[in-house]
Design a protein around this ligand. Structure first.
Ligand code: ADP
Length: 628
């Protein structure tokens, strides 16, 4: 039995395909975690890294608190079950199941005991003498599971194990795997592209898209509080209706005006209106309104809709309608007894309790629980200033801040689930006032205001903690979960510790040229810099250096990060790590003569994984010399 921890895990394949980016997850012992997402989103790559079948480009993987990045697959105490059952055709079921134990030189009677026990668990005791070709798909998959079980691993990894089975068998095997998990009391990590499979099987679902984790949480939370448009529309069947809209304001009320049916404003509930007004979002922009089919109903008045199709399912009716100005169907669920037919003209209305709103550009959710609290702040004398409050920052925190943090407005980003209620050594206190509380299945959402700060601080609290409007409270932000961003959403906070980019050097002047010899490293030559001969500290600035490309490497990369090297004005560097953001890429490189790795902020077009060894162009603007 084992818990796992993935910290900032990346996978970049040769050739630069970024299959997995900054994957962070704590997997509790005995949990059932499902990785779900469309094909190519990085699920299998993640699973294969956990299995040790694929190397981890950067980041750490811990199994039971032990770092296992470099531990061979066979020593990780995990078992993997694949989509293709990969059974040996010439062996019987018994032999297939016992094979790994035989390889481990287990005694025959031990093998027998384990195989028989696993066969009993999986109800395949009567199939032990058969060969794989004499089995059905479901039976073969059970044998594949049995082969994993006999090894009594700490972690089971399952990669789309049911996708070769027909629909009926898949549903049946789903339940069996869930039961097996309960019986074995072991950690399961399961990969699927099927959202129903994910929602019905996992305790924790990790939704991935394009190599990024979108959200990781309990199924009901993903359903109630999707962090963005992708999660909202990926989960749920039929999927959430999304309609373009703008926002209107009248007195204290905020309404959603749907594209095409402008006369029918959907007025939002009071708390939602407060949240929207408080968040400072623009009333001039277009947004995406979302509502699940379960929360659309047929009404006497409301939005005129034309029925395109009616599907009678076992226990409910799905009605596909069109509304003016909107190309996609607006879908609703209705009771079986409803008397509505294709081509009817009806009216529909939306339950204002259950509406969603997304930003059109970032696709982030704008109401309910946000993915991040984005709190405006500034840094003054190593203190974080938030409205009228000042937070002391210790050096553990400030040593991760990039030199980019200047006087510009910045944002503190904290996830709602990371706001803590108890003080400890690793968090800082903020005072806030509860404005209102919303109930969810697993927790309550608290919307709290802070003096001099516009958006609410939004966080989760246990259902048994009774907060009410007007309560003055203290909340605590963990230092290692507080990130700072600039207005471009580029992080100013790095997961790597940041050192001064410092090397010792010796300066000599001769014939109008200044030569800087980095001790133990390269030599740089410039027209007279006006500094005396002697020993100096060479401080390389984080921003402004440019990567030097030869023609071959520059392919597909924009000119602005390319520069031709001036002879004697470059340093050779080798890749250590990188943190790509929106506009910038923070790269960590090794340079000969520098005490620690060097942190550079460059344009995001360049990845160190495309070119692990390269040169950077150094102009006199890129460094400072400090007399020793
Ligand atoms: P999923 O399991 O979600 O379908 P994968 O993890 O298999 O996705 O793949 C993620 C991305 O990595 C895809 O773009 C895929 O093409 C790419 N990829 C997978 N394996 C390799 C490989 N061995 N070399 C290069 N690219 C790969």
């Amino acid at each position: 039995m084992a818990g796992l921890k993935l910290k900032h895990v990346y996978k970049v394949y040769n050739g630069g395909v970024r299959a997995v980016n900054d994957f962070n997850l704590d997997i509790k012992d005995k949990s059932f975690v499902v990785l779900v997402g469309p094909s190519g989103c990085g699920k299998s790559t993640t699973l294969r890294m956990i299995a040790g079948l694929e190397s981890i480009t950067s980041g750490q993987l811990y199994i039971d608190n032990a770092l296992v990045n470099d531990v061979e697959s066979k020593n990780r105490d995990i078992a993997m079950v694949f989509q293709s059952y990969a059974l040996y055709p010439h062996m019987t079921v018994y032999q297939n199941m016992g094979f790994s134990l035989k390889l481990r030189h287990e005694k025959p009677d031990v093998i027998k005991e384990k195989v028989l026990k696993a066969a009993e668990t999986l109800e395949i005791s009567d199939l032990l003498d058969r060969k794989p070709k004499e089995l059905s798909g479901g039976q073969r998959q059970r044998v594949a599971l049995g082969r994993a079980i006999v090894r009594e691993p700490n972690v089971f990894l399952l990669d789309e194990p049911l996708s070769n089975l027909d629909a009926k068998l898949r549903v049946q095997m789903r339940t069996e795997i869930t039961k097996l998990h309960e019986k074995l009391q072991t950690t399961f990590i399961y990969v699927t592209h099927d959202q129903t499979e994910a929602m019905t099987m996992g305790d924790v679902i990790v939704v991935m898209n394009k190599g990024f984790v979108q959200q990781a949480d309990a199924p009901v939370t993903l359903f109630e509080d999707p962090t963005n448009l992708f999660v909202a529309t990926f989960l749920g069947s039929p999927q959430m209706n999304i309609i373009e809209c703008d926002l209107v304001e009248k007195d204290d009320k905020v309404g959603v005006r749907l594209e095409g049916v402008e006369s029918n404003v959907v007025w939002l509930k009071d708390n939602t209106a407060k949240q929207i007004k408080n968040s400072g979002i623009s009333f001039e922009k277009k947004y995406l309104f979302g509502i699940r089919p379960d929360h659309v109903s047929v009404s006497k008045t409301g939005i005129p809709a034309h029925v395109e199709a009616v599907e009678q399912l076992g226990d409910e009716t799905i009605i596909y309608t069109t509304i003016e100005g909107h190309k996609q169907h607006v879908v609703l669920k209705a009771p079986l007894t409803i008397d509505i037919n294709s081509q009817d003209d009806i009216h529909i209305e939306f339950s204002k309790e259950k509406v969603y709103l997304f930003d059109k550009d970032s696709e982030h959710s704008l109401i309910g629980m946000p993915s991040y609290n984005k709190v405006p702040c500034s840094i003054k004398d190593n203190k974080l200033v938030i409205g009228k409050q000042e937070l002391e920052l210790d050096t553990d925190y400030t040593s991760h801040l990039l030199a980019r943090v200047k006087d510009e407005p910045i944002f503190l980003a904290v996830k709602p689930e990371h706001v803590e209620m108890e003080s400890n050594e690793a968090n800082v206190e903020l005072k806030a006032k509860v404005e209102f509380v919303e109930e969810r299945t697993n927790y309550n959402i608290i919307y709290a205001s802070m003096d001099g700060v516009t958006p609410y601080l939004i966080f989760r609290s246990d259902k048994n903690r009774k907060f009410k409007s007007g309560d003055n409270i203290s909340v605590y932000l963990p230092l290692d979960k507080m990130y700072l961003f600039n207005k471009d959403d580029d992080s100013l906070f790095s997961r790597e510790e940041i050192f001064e980019n410092k090397a010792n050097c010796h300066v000599t002047n001769k014939n109008g040229k200044t030569t800087i010899k980095i001790n133990g490293g390269d030599t740089l030559v410039y027209d007279d810099l006006g500094v005396e001969d002697g020993d100096y500290e060479f401080i390389l600035k984080q921003e402004g250096t440019q990567v030097v490309f030869d023609k071959k490497n520059a392919k597909g990369i924009e000119e602005e990060v390319c520069k031709v090297a001036t002879p004697n004005q470059f340093l050779k560097v080798s890749c250590y790590d990188e943190e790509p953001q929106h506009k910038i890429n923070t790269i960590f490189v090794k340079i000969k003569g520098f005490e620690e790795y060097v942190t550079l902020v460059i344009n995001n077009n360049f990845s160190v994984y495309k070119m692990p060894v390269f040169k950077i162009n150094i102009t006199p603007d890129n460094f400072e010399l400090r007399k020793l």
